[in-house]
Design a protein around this ligand. Structure first.
Ligand SMILES: [Mn+2]
Length: 378
């Protein structure tokens, strides 16, 4: 069995006011062409097909076109589940009918997880849902959080599953090896729950031969080779600019799993560019760029100026100013007590304005302090 594993397309996503639709369409065209040349039996999309529960119509049209082309032009089935950004019911629209065309989209959680068998390999489609919904659906009061909900769903799968055969789980969420610090998160992953633990221990998935995960935007394995996040195919936040975005080509049978990541060309890269304003204004780029300016002084209308040369500029920070502020010496309590208030104020003024307090201002501060002291005494 050869699988192409991808996830977190977030169709219709807007990053810093830029729609990603053109980039997403470009990527999906590349994906279809690549699938035509590679040896793959099935495509998995492990959740967050859309970025929002009510995606823009262009995003729905793009999903429709893409799935149709993969099935008709490439000729392989597609297995997809809802992620936490998707509307479970909307994603599932027409699902029973589409099954006949090899498009298997599972939106809502079922009392028994849906199984799809392709060439003798069993795929279990476990969409994301909140634990309160799952607790009611399964009528199980032991379910309090996502870990409980997942455990109960897996127990029910195991009652039906033949461990002698090849079983693949498709799921969406934080799957961790110990704590949340065992995985690498990004800024564009929305929290899964408020108030209860949102992660699930990887050990729950031990009996599967491969686990195709979605939610984390950085490609990574969790504890074992066979438990994988493909990551998102595109960069969706500044925190992802260093990621090597990829898809996974997975070859598996009962003896084990072999995972080969592959990359596709992007329409525009998203990156961080560091430099002085005047130097940057001598260059140009059509990538998505987060600027980190090294200038110590604020530049007049910097973002609008930069946008003339970098039409896809996404953000701007004055990193030299931030560094200097955080590098400023921290006074100990004893040192503070040794110094008088006017001196401490002069330090504060210099740090935040980049100017020394001049004599005239010093006089004003001193007289204000005197007045304060007098009024405190009376
Ligand atoms: Mn997600």
């Amino acid at each position: 069995m050869k699988i192409v594993h991808t996830a977190d397309w977030h169709l219709g996503k807007i990053v810093n006011e830029f729609s990603m639709l053109e980039d997403q369409e470009y990527f999906l065209d590349q994906l279809i062409e690549k699938l035509k040349t590679m040896d793959a039996d099935v495509l998995i999309m492990a959740g967050d097909l859309y970025d929002r529960a009510f995606p823009p119509k262009e995003a729905v049209a793009l999903a429709n076109k893409t799935f149709t082309r993969i099935i008709k032009e490439v000729g392989i089935p597609v297995l997809a589940i809802a992620g936490n950004h998707d509307s479970n019911e909307r994603v599932e629209y027409g699902s029973q009918l589409l099954e006949a065309s090899d498009l298997f989209i599972e939106g809502t959680v079922k009392s028994l997880t849906r199984k799809v068998t392709i060439q003798g390999v069993h795929f279990w489609l476990m969409p994301f849902s909140d634990p309160v919904y799952i607790r009611k659906l399964l009528n199980d009061d032991t379910i309090h959080d996502l870990e409980d909900a997942t455990r109960v769903q897996i127990e029910r799968i195991k009652e039906e599953m033949n461990p002698e055969e090849v079983n693949v789980l498709i799921a969406h969420g934080y799957v961790v090896n110990g704590g949340l610090e065992s995985v690498e998160t990004s800024d564009s992953e929305r929290p899964l729950s408020i108030g209860t633990a949102e992660y699930v221990p990887v050990e729950l998935f031990e009996d599967f031969d491969y686990v195709a995960l979605g939610h984390l935007h950085k490609a990574q394995k969790v504890k074992w080779e066979k438990v994988r996040y493909s990551g998102s195919p595109l960069k969706y936040s500044k925190s992802e600019t260093r990621h090597k975005k990829q898809l996974l080509h997975v070859t598996l049978d009962k003896s084990g799993v072999e995972v080969e990541p592959f990359e596709l060309e992007r329409k525009r890269d998203m990156r961080v560019v560091k430099g002085f304003f005047s130097d940057l204004m001598e260059q140009a780029s059509e990538d998505y760029i987060f600027f980190e300016l090294l200038d110590e002084e604020y530049q007049m209308d910097a973002m609008n100026q930069l946008k003339k040369r970098y039409p896809y500029a996404m953000g701007l920070e004055y990193v030299a100013r931030q560094n200097r502020q955080s590098d400023a010496p921290v006074l100990t309590q004893a040192a503070i007590e040794e110094r008088n208030l006017p001196d401490l104020f002069a330090d504060f003024y210099a740090r935040y304005t980049d100017r020394e307090l001049d004599e005239a201002r010093k006089q004003v501060v001193a007289s204000l302090m005197d007045e304060l002291e007098r009024s405190e005494r009376t």
